[in-house]
Every structure is written in C-alpha cells, then in structure tokens.
Write a protein that binds this ligand. Sequence first.
Ligand SMILES: Nc1ncnc2c1ncn2[C@@H]1O[C@H](COP(=O)(O)OP(=O)(O)O)[C@@H](O)[C@H]1O
Ligand SMILES: O=P(O)(O)OC[C@H](O)CO
Length: 495
Amino acid sequence: MAGPDKLLVIDEGTTSTRAIVFDRDFAQVSLAQQDLTLSYPADGWVQQDGEEIWARTLAVCREAVAAAGGIAGIAGIGITNQRETTLVWDRATGVPIAPAIVWQDRRTAKACEALKAAGHEAAVHAETGLLLDPYFSATKIGWILDSVDGARARAEAGDLAFGTVESFLIWKLTGGRVHASDVTNASRTLLYRLGIGADGGWSEEMAALLDVPMGMLPEVKPNAADFGTSDADLLGAALPILSAAGDQQSALVGQGCLQPGMAKITYGTGAFLVANTGAVRPDSQHRLLGTVGYETAGGAAMALEGSIFNAGTVVKWLRDDLGIVASAQDTESMAAGLDGNGGVYIVPAFTGLGAPHWNADARGTISGITRATSAAHLVRAGLESAAYQTRDLLEAFAADGAQIRELRVDGGMVANDWLMQFLADICDRPVLRPDYREMTALGAAALAAIQLGWISVKAWTERPVAGTRFEPLMADAERAGLLKGWQDAMRRTLA
Ligand SMILES: Nc1ncnc2c1ncn2[C@@H]1O[C@H](COP(=O)(O)OP(=O)(O)O)[C@@H](O)[C@H]1O
Ligand SMILES: O=P(O)(O)OC[C@H](O)CO
C-alpha cells in the first residue's frame, strides 16, 4: 500500500485561520477556515486571544483532514502565520499570560521613540535589518512583562516562554515538548542578528538593549526542518511538523520567487512586498526592511521588504464598520461603476503608516469629499489606496537599487479584477495573478515537501505558475494626476 501522500498546511492569518490539505502534486484537496476575533481596546491597540487562535486552528485542521479522507493519508504538517504577533505563555500550562499583541498594535510607540531618541536605531538596523517601530515583537514582549503582575520575574526565572504564532502553535501541537521558531519569523522580532545559517542567531546585544530575558526565546530552525511531532490525540495520529515560515516569506516561496531579483506582493490584512536578494544582506537606505527570505538545506536567500499595514482592513472597515458595502466582492462592481474617483482619497493609516513612512502616530484621513461624493466613491478610494501605497513602495525599492519590473500578486484582495487593473495602471507594470490564490499555504506545503524529499528547491523554482496578466493601460497624464492627488492626501495625513 502506498504511504501517506498529502500534506496538511496551517495558514494562520490575522483575520482568519485556515487549514488546507494538498496532494503530492500540490493540488488543493480540502480547505477549512474560521474567522478570528480582533479587539481594539484603545487607540492603536490591536489584540487577539491566543487560546482562540489555537482552538480555531485545531478545529479547522480536524475539518480539513476529515474532508481530505482522514488522517491516514497525511504525511505531515506545514505551518505559516501572521508574523510579529507576540505571545507570552506559562511553560507549565501552555496558557498565554496576556492577550496576543498583534503586529498592527502601536501601544509601544513611546518605548520605540525613547530608544530612537537615545540614538539606538542605527545599531538596531545594522544588527537586525529592521527599524525601531512597534510593529516588531521585542517591545511587545517588554510591554507584557512590565504590565502583567510578576511576569518579568517569572520570565527571568525561566517560567515563561515567548513565541510568535508559529511557535505557539508548535508548542500546542506538541503538548509543550517543542519550543521552536523558524528563521523568517525570528528575523521579525528585533532580537535576531540578521543572517542565513550560522550568520544569524538570537542577538545578546539586542536582548540586553530591549530588556528581554534570553531564556524566553525559542530555538530557531530553518524553514524546512524537524519541528517535532504532533500529539496523537489532537488529530487522530502523530504527525511530523515539517515546515514553518512567516506568511509573507511563505508566499515568496509559493510564488516560486527563489531566484535573486524575483518579488511578490501579498494583499491580505496588510500588504507586503518582498524581493529576493539572494546571498546579499539588504541594507536599505530608504526605510525598507532586511529580512530572511527563506532557508532550507538546499538553498536560502535574504530579502528586502516593504510593509503596508492596512490593505484588506480597509475593505473590512467599509463593510463591517461603515456598512456601505454588503460584501468584499461587491467593492469591485461599486468601484467599476464610477467614471473616476471624484477626487476622493482615503489614506488608511488606521494604525499608523508602515514603509516607507514608519509613522506610528499618523491616523487615517478621507479627503476631497464634496456633496456629490457617494458611498461608491469611498469604496473606490479604499481600494485605490492599496495601489497608491504599492506605488510608494516600488519607488523606495527603486531608490534602494531594486527594480521590480512586474508584480506577482496574491492574497484575499487580488480576487478583485478592477483593483488588479488599477494596480497595473498606477504602478505602470504588469501584474501577474496566479490562478491558484493560496500562495502562502502553497509555500508552506512546498517547504514541507522539500523536508520530506518529495521535491527539490530547484524543481520548485522551475515549476510553472499559471495565471492572468494585467497590463498597464492608463495614459501617463491620467496616472500623474491621480498620483498628485494621492501625494497631497498623504501630505495632509503626515501633517
Ligand atoms: N473581492 C475582494 N475585493 C477586495 N478585497 C477583498 C476581496 N475579497 C477579500 N478581500 C479582502 O481580503 C482580506 C483577506 O485576505 P486574506 O489573504 O485572507 O487575509 P489574512 O491572511 O490577512 O487574514 C480581507 O481584508 C478582505 O476584506
Ligand atoms: O495577515 P496578513 O496576511 O496580512 O500578514 C500579516 C503579516 O505577516 C504581518 O507582518
């Protein structure tokens, strides 16, 4: 009898957790999804319940495995996750001691400002490739340790563990036997010396500067590695955990961007443009991030990243908070039904601005409204903002010497054909949308298959990706007019 020939991938995103079963040819066999609760208890705060993340992740895994014909066919697990989101849990119980502080959360803006004012940013950038911004995990750990009674002493005594979401899920899946992370997630903490293989590692210098006890940190492994074995009672059999990667890096792998110069942008809750820089450790002079792209025994790369904090969130806000569109899909016909944007711009700085501005205090603006502005104009402005923010990133990449000639896209928002054409028009570049959209999960499946020896890094790189190409069609004068409107709106936001 043939052995198990499928892979179970956990794709734990910011707004939902999904489990997808892939067959050996990387075709999707089943998918189960549950939304996650995000709470906003104060201005700039965004948090989640770690136990809810775990319970819903386990539930979708069970559902996807059952729909794929049962556990006997599953060879192992791959994990990919929203990055930077910070959990601190009790090693004895596995229960978080505080809500998970989500990557979008700005509560540590003052702590970051104080570190910048003390002149630490250059050293932080040189060591980690990152910037002093509340986005990253380290100041979030500090906040938990300083605001939960007794937490710092317990962390110093070795009773508490820190992890980003993949690490927490590995802990839960293995019943606390494995406390591990991977290089891509570790390289988002502000605590990791940026590098591949032996060049990378937890940084004692950063841990001291940011006051994080090193005993809390997980062991860091490559993206395709032995992350332990899941407890048999969870899914009906013990399964090896074969891969772990941050969702943006996993999408880089999924899109097959394993050669230097290749890039992708994923439009989910936020949007993240990641370019493979090969063996070159990026040193951005334009406020982009240096990060690990991927690392396996068969190949590894560094990457340059531009992070947009709010992309799909705008669509959710238009639907769930303003109530001016019934579904995310309906944004497409509303935007397409207008002749133009009517001069309306939304700068969605709900939780500050990421690259290239890095302004934690900025808050969003709607500008250009008149008595003629309709709900459709607001919807269109919300969608357009994803394209303008991408254009701003492309300019920062070009200034850093990274010319991105075509945009490989994925994520929930790319279902929107109107937006894809507008993106090609505003960025003045072809946009390539794969037919199979779950590139984040596919990347984790590829990494797990690499770990099993089912496929080599080279064969994965050469695998063709079928999709649709959107060519830029807009006249230069029209694009220039729209961009001027956006720049004016951005100036108002930053003022
Ligand atoms: N047709 C659409 N047009 C625009 N946005 C969409 C569309 N469908 C889904 N979205 C947005 O995509 C986002 C979900 O993308 P997804 O990749 O699942 O996010 P995440 O991984 O961050 O949870 C949501 O914010 C949703 O509003
Ligand atoms: O939830 P997503 O897909 O927007 O991804 C979140 C990022 O990993 C945050 O850095």
